[in-house]
Design a protein around this ligand. Structure first.
Ligand code: SDX
Length: 428
């Protein structure tokens, strides 16, 4: 049997043989299927790209039915167990696990870029104290494009490497400063003696002590959470990064758009929405009533469901284990009981089972963040920090892919037919 698709156009009786490669047909191969010479030919119609591959990628592999997630071929379970966020970022960005020397250089390259330009801090002062930290985050990332105009040299590898160092290093500082601004406390300078996540905790929570004492359990838990959030193939914010980057704008401007997409409650804003939902439910006894309302179409079970995973999100399993370790240090988050009861009921209820709705990465992560002292508004920012590595890796892969060009989808026009202009005094 040949790897081809035979199509018969019953409008004309003509037959077409389309090649099948990697389980796909090329959409442009459909343009030859016409009913007349001036017919532009067939297109595919795929709102929200439910069944459309936009690229060929070597970065992340997901099998939604089997609940498999691999970065550059390495299972997420092994990376969460044995790697660190910075090492995983290196793997996702450059394709291989670093040698000891490469990791040492990589860590030093990051450390020297953790500080923010003093004018970035002044920009941040312009926000209200209760500005959502994601609004601050995406504004500051966009502002970077004016501080680092060399980033426009997107086809210069050294320039791209420098922007990668700056972004990986600076996003935790932006996040910490946005948090400190929201609580009216002075910014803490980065402490380059600490690990990536240790320094992040230092910038967030150090008070008057000269040297912040990092809790190793929280430091490691944050590192694992960051590993889990690095990349996830063509999710909404990553495809925004690729789309915007395809116009050849600098990576900071593209990432501001990606962060804006992540901000949405259906995407990276879901971890914040989960905590609001758990607080709204308030008590385990209210869970059956809440589930009933969801099944009646009155709202969604936030943190459940996924476009690709039609089984348990492998990241949610790891997060659930990490939660136990954190709660030993911080004390158990009482909302956990509501979350566990929600999961127990949902996993046996036909409404969720038939729709293959399982906990996703956002269902338990917020419980850990809250127990660690983060306000719910910081949760999407905690997602954006590690996803920065994935966004940049996908952006660079798009830029260097000879098949890619500026993204410009087509449409089906359903508006009014041609009509003449009507003078103002003639309009009804
Ligand atoms: C992330 O893409 C990624 O990889 C994203 C991400 C990443 O790492 O980048 O994994 C991170 O964004 C995780 C998802 C976080 N979002 C949420 O938890 C928000 C709640 N979940 C949903 O809104 C929803 O499940 C989506 C957005 C995640 C996926 O939506 P789809 O694939 O478009 O599915 P759908 O909206 O078409 O729903 C199919 C059916 C519908 O019912 P019917 O119309 O067929 O009757 O399932 C229902 C939906 O109403 N449904 C839900 C539900 N999710 C889907 N019903 C109740 N609660 C939910 N959470």
């Amino acid at each position: 049997m040949a790897d081809t698709l035979t199509i018969t156009d019953n409008r004309t009786g003509k037959q077409f043989e389309l090649p099948i490669t990697d389980g796909t047909i090329r959409a442009v191969d459909l343009r030859q299927i016409k009913t007349a010479a001036d017919d532009p030919g067939l297109m595919t119609y795929d709102p929200a790209f439910m069944n459309t591959a936009c690229c060929r990628s070597r970065i992340t592999f997901i099998d939604g039915d089997k609940g498999i997630l691999e970065y550059r071929g390495y299972p997420i379970e092994q990376l969460a167990e044995r790697s660190t966020y910075l090492e995983t970022a290196y793997l996702v960005l450059f394709g291989e696990l670093p040698t000891a020397a490469q990791l040492d250089t990589w860590q030093r390259d990051i450390i020297v870029h953790t500080m923010l330009h003093e004018n970035i801090k002044k920009l941040m002062e312009g926000f209200q104290y209760d500005a959502h930290p994601m609004a601050v985050f995406l504004s500051m990332v966009g502002a970077f494009s004016s501080f680092y105009p060399d980033a426009k040299q997107i086809f210069d590898e050294q320039s791209r490497r420098k922007q990668i160092h700056r972004l990986i290093a600076k996003v935790p500082t932006i996040a910490a400063y946005a948090y400190r601004h929201s609580i009216g406390r002075p910014y803490n300078q980065p402490d380059n003696d600490l690990s990536f996540t240790g320094n992040f905790l230092n910038m967030l929570f150090r008070m008057t002590e000269l040297k912040y004492t990092v809790n190793p359990v929280l430091e490691r838990a944050l590192d694992v959470l960051f590993i889990l959030h690095v990349d996830h193939e063509q999710n909404c914010s990553t495809s925004a990064m690729r789309n915007i980057g395809s116009s050849h704008v600098d990576p900071y401007s593209a990432m501001a758009g990606a962060a804006a997409a992540l901000y949405g409650p259906l995407h990276g804003g879901a971890n914040e929405a989960v905590l609001r939902m758990l607080n709204e439910i308030g008590h385990v006894n209210n869970v059956p009533g809440f589930i009933k309302r969801v099944k009646a179409g009155e709202g969604r079970l936030m943190g459940f469901g996924h476009r690709i995973y039609k089984s348990y999100d492998p990241r949610a399993k790891i997060i659930k284990r990490t939660a136990d370790q954190v709660f030993e240090v911080t004390g158990r988050n009482p909302l956990l009981d509501i979350a566990i009861e929600l999961e127990r009921i949902a996993l046996q209820d036909d409404y969720f089972v038939t729709r293959k709705l399982y906990p996703n990465v956002d269902f338990y992560s917020g419980l850990i963040y809250q127990a660690m002292g983060f306000p719910v508004t910081m949760f999407p920012v905690l997602f954006a920090i590690p996803r920065t590595a994935g966004w940049i890796a996908q952006w660079e892969e798009m830029l260097l892919d000879p098949e890619q060009k500026i993204a410009r989808p087509r449409q089906i026009y359903i508006g009014p037919c041609k009509r003449d202009y009507v003078a103002l005094d003639k309009r009804k």
